[in-house]
Design a protein around this ligand. Sequence first.
Ligand code: SF4
Length: 500
Amino acid sequence: MDGRMTRSGDPTLRLAVHPYREGWATHPAKGPVDECGVFGIYGHPEAARVVYHALIALQHRGQESAGIVTADGANLYTHRGLGLVSDVFEKPESMARLVGEIGIGHVRYATYGASRLGNAQPVVVNTRRGGLALAHNGNLVDAPVIRHRLEEGGAIFTTAIDTEVLAHLIVRSRAASIEEAIVDAINQVHGGYALLILTEDRLVGIRDPHGIRPLQLGRLNGSWVLASETCAFDTIGAEFVREVAPGEMITISEHGKLRSQSVVKEPARPRPCIFEFIYFARPDSNLAGVNVHSVRKAMGRELAREAPADADIVIGVPDSSISAATGYAEESGIPYEMGLIKNRYIARTFIMPTQTGRESALKLKLNPLRKVMEGKRVVLVDDSIVRGTTSRHLVKLLREAGAREVHMRIASPPYRYSCPYGIDTAQSGELIARGREVDEVRDAIGADSLAYLSLEGMVKATGLPVDGPGGFCVACFTGDYPVPIPEDLDKYMLEGGKGR
Ligand code: SF4
């Protein structure tokens, strides 16, 4: 690591006030929200159509903007816009002009203030080697510092996203080939990322050295596909081949010839994001060869063993906590009930800067079933507590609907530290478990009891042969950041920390 980086030992105090998270809104009805899903295809006569369907499958990873870039061997063709995939590509002509057999696509989550078309991906640049498009999930922690250095040297940026920093580094590289220029650029940045790069005649996929963000490789008949999650493969009828390894770069060119190389100078310990299992990924996706729903269910079972409750029914917070709630119910023998009904037609209520806005958004989104709740002692299972706002209101809603007792059970440990690797959480100072004991959090949310899944129980529930919590990124629970944050980052923040 270079001299500007801090050690990963205890950056937490600094992060508690770090502007990295300044100004970011958090989803009012859920805690953290993911930022971006990527998909790429090589060698399909209808590449754009396949990318479009895959992006719909990845829509849960970002609803603010979407974009597709295709290539036909000589040119790139682009369409991007703000909104859901179906909105952005509503007009047939937007798809019709995306010709070519290679394509990449992107869905983005952006927060208030950063949601503008200029920040939509894929980012497209013209270089002396031809057109280049980049689609990126995750975050380069040192991008603001590098951007500042590049700007000092005369570089002009048109977006506020770190992907453009990478584009500049690729363009400026003196390496002989485009692949070498990409490796050159990748070796200058640090963070958690899954990156797809499209040139006029090839597709490149790269996963960060720790494998923090996911990237999967698949086959669709004779075509190669790359995606953030395997649910995209199921949707388009592709076959899963394998995960892209941490630090691996895959290049697909010349009639589908696939080349794999490591872009890691020194081997890094794999630390995939455990929150993909807890909340971000779709339950029908597989990560590291295991099904996300099964892991969530196992987390619920483990939670029931660690933190039993004397209750009449178990309910889960839709959608991500349903798997854990059914696991809790099965293990405890307490019947599972559908206690909260979700309004599925509220897609983008997350931009609610005020507390009142967040509360009403939650009421619009979730409604308790009075018939189920009346006179019952309820176990309410959720995947995590971030600010505590949602939990407090859910407990209140259940009591108003007639619940006699509300026992909150959380299928992950206390969430105490912000994520710098591309996940939008509250600032550390806003996290309810930050500096509070479990009893204090319980009192703050108004539950009769509160218990969290242990770190060990969470890791055990994945069923993966890893060496304890160190086999994952668990930084939002422990503050042990696998990729250190530059010490002087706050001097160079992009757009007040909003630009990704
Ligand atoms: Fe995932 Fe948390 Fe690590 Fe961020 S800090 S990558 S959310 S485990």
